[in-house]
Write a protein that binds this ligand. Sequence first.
Ligand SMILES: C[S@@+](CC[C@H](N)C(=O)[O-])C[C@H]1O[C@@H](n2cnc3c(N)ncnc32)[C@H](O)[C@@H]1O
Length: 187
Amino acid sequence: MHADNWASKAKKMGYRSRAVFKLEEILNKVVLNNKLKNVLDIGSAPGGWSQYIIKRYKKARVYAVDVLEMDPIEGVNFFQESVENINNIDEINKLKGKFNLVISDIAPNLSGISTIDNENIFELNQLTAKVAKDYLVNNGILIMKTFQNNMLKILRKEMELSFKLVQTYKPAASKKQSGEIYLFGVK
Ligand SMILES: C[S@@+](CC[C@H](N)C(=O)[O-])C[C@H]1O[C@@H](n2cnc3c(N)ncnc32)[C@H](O)[C@@H]1O
């Protein structure tokens, strides 16, 4: 399906972003316990992924973090903060080791200079993987967006040190030319 069609499908379904269909595809491949309780959404704005989780997993409680503002969603606790300061958010910090799922669609502002952009993405992904390791329960799952560049192999290798299973997914809903790819890890 063309990107515009994903966007209009998302709009019709009341989702704030077409990114929900990428998350849906990945979640459909992963055997996830429907008793999913705590979900951490990193880089959550405008809120499509948070909306999707709440709709699909009725009992889930979502904690969402973004540097940008996000309009409220019932069942979602949103904190306008950088992931770098996540340990300072008391409500999230007290759930350390109790999250069943961490999802990250985080994307830094791009400068257009590929070496700088790749380095920024790499550092944000490294940090996100560390946060996921600290906040997930054993066997908890991380789904994290990254980009196909010269740092991907290193990122994946690093993840393999702290996650027992690591895989990559390129959902059909993700534009081929975008270079984005999703890492999936089981703690
Ligand atoms: C592609 S958007 C996320 C879309 C979202 N998954 C959805 O479905 O609506 C990426 C987000 O990452 C956020 N972001 C970038 N750097 C961040 C940081 N250091 N901490 C938290 N969020 C960040 C951006 O502000 C942006 O809202």
